[in-house]
Ligand binder design. Structure first.
Ligand code: ADP
Ligand code: ZN
Length: 433
């Protein structure tokens, strides 16, 4: 079989829109009658669930923001009695206080279905041996991938993240074929294996399904080459149930959204206006099959574009571009907006350095300045200060040429930047310290 769920994944647009409208209607009624926050929000704009006539009416409703979740922490947005809740996750808290995510049995089943589609599209099959190195626990990554891979019938190793040497031993000894973790942890594993003299390329490992943090196409290529695998992708957020909301396919040029479960919109983050397909903005999701916490027009703060196109994989599900970054991570330097991913793309083209970096934002007088610490490759470092200064200048020039602003590049000694075991912290904002 070509797809995990052929009917949904290849459904013609008209059918999908009809299905979405039905699910959306049900969901609006569900939240209006059960969650005071939503009753208040809908009433404030004079909208009743029965006013929904077509999908476009969704844009008449106000957004849900992260602050709404915080103000209703921990269970104020839960639409069912806790007796019907069978799992509670919480966000990893990359930024701020944890966000809770309750699930009913049907929510858990739908999530597993999404993860199964994601893994299947990545090429994972029942005879695969999956090393699940996403953090197990409150974070949705670990259990989400566990459920999906189990559903496919794979042999799943719930090793969780960390203890990198043991990861490599297990990978070798168990004949692992699929690695599940964040992209930066994959890089950490690749590097540690090289240090241990283990050639991952010679192992049976063939696929990685990476996600939970922004990573560039250049980073994907780097991982693919270093490990000799196909690096595939998963996207999702705790607020909407976790990974599996969107996934890439053989085309590797964007992620298909599980549209029967999530309606995606892209908005102008300043005006809140819905942008036409193809325009870059903030991604907004409405969860139309979740029952414990179905968020309406939730602002993800992730930046991307949406596209409807005929995909070579045959799926009709709408596609979103690889996430450029989070709006929280966007830096504004001298009036120019910069995402860490733009810097990453440039750094990864430079042979003399390792793909390990941190961006430091400093204040000089009234101006904000960017400093980038990036690791020198051993040969570059050994070549001495003259070579190092040369590479620093060259990288500064490349960045000025492409992004249009000056940044101070500093080559730091090999292995001096802390390695990631989960989500990497790329930006240190010294202005806030
Ligand atoms: P947080 O990191 O905010 O504590 P989550 O663990 O729920 O919470 O992470 C969700 C966020 O992770 C998304 O909103 C997005 O910014 C990021 N993310 C997840 N998957 C991807 C991906 N494939 N590409 C880029 N970013 C991703
Ligand atoms: Zn596709």
């Amino acid at each position: 079989m070509k797809y995990w769920n052929e009917e949904i994944e290849t459904m013609p647009l008209e059918g999908m829109r009809k299905l979405q409208l039905e699910n959306l209607k049900k969901t609006l009624e569900w939240v209006y009658g059960r969650i005071p926050l939503y009753k208040g929000k809908f009433d404030a704009v004079g909208f009743k669930p029965e006013d929904l006539k077509e999908l476009e009416d969704l844009s008449k409703l106000p957004f849900t923001a992260r602050t709404d979740l915080r103000d209703n922490y921990p269970f104020g947005l839960c639409a069912v009695p806790l007796a019907e809740v069978i799992r509670i996750h919480a966000s990893s808290g990359t930024t701020g206080k944890p966000i809770t995510g309750p699930y009913t049995q049907s929510d858990l089943d739908q999530w597993t279905e999404c993860m199964a589609r994601n893994l299947y599209a990545a090429g994972v099959r029942s005879n695969d041996i999956c090393q699940n190195a996403y953090g197990m626990g409150l974070f949705t990554g670990g259990l989400g991938f566990h459920q999906g891979a189990t559903r496919l019938g794979c042999a799943v190793i719930p090793i969780s993240s960390g203890q990198t040497e043991r990861q490599i031993l297990v990978m070798q000894d168990f004949g692992v074929t699929v690695l599940l973790c964040t992209p930066t942890y994959a890089l950490t594993i690749a590097e540690r294996a090289e240090e241990m003299g283990v050639k991952i390329k010679d192992l049976p490992l063939r696929i990685g399904v990476f996600g939970a943090e922004p990573w560039t196409i250049a980073m994907r290529k780097e991982i693919e080459e270093r490990m000799g695998i196909n690096a595939m992708e998963a996207y999702g957020l705790t607020e909407c149930g976790g990974p599996g909301m969107a996934f890439d396919c053989v085309a590797q040029n964007g992620l298909h959204v599980n549209e029967d479960q999530f309606i995606a919109e892209v908005i102008d983050p300043v005006t809140g206006e819905v942008l036409p397909l193809g325009e870059k903005g903030e991604l907004v999701f409405t969860a139309i099959q979740r029952r414990a916490m179905p968020l309406i027009r939730y602002r993800t703060r992730d930046i991307t574009t949406l596209r409807r196109e005929e995909c070579e994989c045959g799926r009709t599900l709408i596609k979103m571009d690889k996430i450029y970054g989070r709006s929280d991570d966007m830096l504004i330097i001298g009036g120019v907006n910069v995402f860490p991913s733009q810097i990453e793309s440039i750094l990864l083209e430079v042979r003399e350095i390792e793909p390990q970096y941190v961006i430091i934002v400093k204040k000089k007088g009234y101006l904000d300045q960017l400093h980038v610490d990036v690791e020198a490759r051993q040969e570059t470092y050994d070549a001495g200060p003259k070579k190092i200064a040369e590479v620093e200048k060259m990288v500064e020039g490349k960045i000025r040429g492409i992004i249009g602003i000056g940044m101070k590049i500093r080559l730091v000694p090999p292995k001096s930047i802390t390695r990631s075991e989960g989500k990497a912290k790329r930006v240190i904002d010294e202005r806030k310290m």
